[in-house]
Design a protein around this ligand. Sequence first.
Ligand code: ADP
Length: 483
Amino acid sequence: MNLNDPSLLREAALVGRRWITAQEGESIPVTNPATGAILGHVPDLGAAETREAISVAAEAQKDWAARTAKERSDILRAWFDLMIAHRDDLGAILTAEQGKPLAEAKGEITYGASFIEWFAEEARRVRGDVIPGHGRDKRIVVLKQPIGVVGAITPWNFPNAMITRKAGPALAAGCAMVLKPAAQTPFSAIALAVLAERAGLPPGLFSVVTGSAAEIGGELTANPQVRKITFTGSTGVGAKLMAQSAPTIKKLGLELGGNAPFIVFDDADIDAAVEGAMIAKYRNNGQTCVCANRIYVQRSIYDAFAEKFRNAAARLKTGDGADDGVDVGPLIDEKAVSKVEEHIADAIAKGGHVTLGGQRHALGRTFFEVTVVTQASSDMALATEETFGPLAALFPFDAEEDVIRMANASEYGLASYFYARDHSRVWRVAEALEFGMVGVNTGLISTPEAPFGGIKSSGLGREGSHYGIEEFTEIKYVCLAVQ
Ligand code: ADP
C-alpha cells in the first residue's frame, strides 16, 4: 500500500500511555479481504492490558473533565483537521482491511471526521438547568457532568465512523475512552489514535486495545471504573454485553442489528425510489445495519419497479475496492458469504425468483454477485433476519395497512424507508412505522446532525446530534438552601 504518510499504518496498540508493538509478543494478522494478502499484525492483548488502559484513563479523565469546554473543543477540532488532511491515506487503509471501494472509504472518512467536527462544536453546548425551587429558600440547579471512563466496542463495517461517532461525544463531554476495535479492521482505529496523539489529545484518554474480544469485552464490562459501555454490532453480542454489565450497573449505548423495510407506494416517483433503494441496499455491499433488507412494492407498480431496479443493479461493478470504477467490494468473510447463500436458497425454495446474480462471483474469495430476488414473502428467512450482503428481496403488497403490518413484524426497529408523495400518507406512515429512523423519499439518512439509533432489539440510546452528547453525561441535581 502506497501511503503519503506510512506512519499511519502502525502495527501497535495504544494502551494507556504506551504503545505495544505486534513484535513484542503474540500477534494477530490482518488480511485484505479482496486479495488475502496479510497487511500486517496487531498485538494479541487481553484483560491485563485492558485493566491498565482503564486505570490510566480514569486518572487522565479527571484533568480532561476539569478543562474548559473550549480547550476540549480545540483539540477535537485539530483531530478533525488531521483526519481530513490524511483522508486519502485513511481511506486506503480502510479499503485494504475492509474491502469497500476507495471512493466509498474516503466518503466514510469524511463522514467519520464530521462527527469529530460536530462534537467539537457541541462540547461548548452541554448546558445544565435551573428549576424554580420548591420552597422560598430553595434553588434547584442541574449540572451535566461527564460519565467518566467509557468502554467502546466497534464493528468492521465502518472501521472509522463507528469509532468517531462514539469517541467524539465521549471526549467532548469530558470522558475518557478505552476502545476495542473489530479484529478484522484494527488499523483504521490505530491510525485514528496516531492522529489523536498528534492533535494534542492528552495521553491516556483514548486507548485502542487489540486482541481477544471475550477478554477485552469481559474486562470492560466487569471493571467498576468503566461507567458506560458503547457498542455497535450484533444483537446477540449486545445482549451479552448488557448481561455482563448488569452487576456493575453501567449505562449502555447499543447500536445493534436491523432489518430495514423499504416501501414504495404507488404514488411514488419510481425512478427516485429505484435510486434510493440502490443506495439503501448496496452501500458497503449490503453490509450496514441500516441497509434495506425488505423492499416492499405496491402491486400496481411492482413490475415496473422490479425491472428498473434489476437494470440498475446489473450496472454495479464488483471487484477489488482499490481498483478504479468498482462499485462493490468483497464480503468481509466466508461466514458472510454463507449467510447470503442460505438466504438465497431459502428464498428460492419458498417461491422467490432470482432475476440477477445469485452465485458466488467469478472473482472467487468472498466476492458475491449483486443479486435480486422477486416475489419475496414473509415466510422467507430474509424477511426476519438481517442478510448483510448484496441480496435485494422485492415483496409485493396491496394496501397501506398490510405493508405497515409487515414492516413492523420484526424484532428489529432501526432504520426504515418509504417513497410516497401524498402528504397525508407521508405523515401516517412515518408515524406508524415502529423504527428509530424513517427516511421519506431518501435512501440515505445518516449524518452527525441527526439522532441515529433504534428501538426493540436494535438497541438503546442515540448517536449523533445534540442528543448524542447527553448519552455521555450524568445529571447531578444540586439543591441550594438560601439563608
Ligand atoms: P459482527 O457480526 O458485525 O462482526 P459482532 O457483534 O460479532 O458483529 O462484533 C462486533 C464487535 O463486537 C467486534 O469488535 C467483535 O470483536 C466484538 N465482540 C464479539 N464478541 C464479543 C464478546 N463476547 N465480548 C465483547 N466483544 C465481542
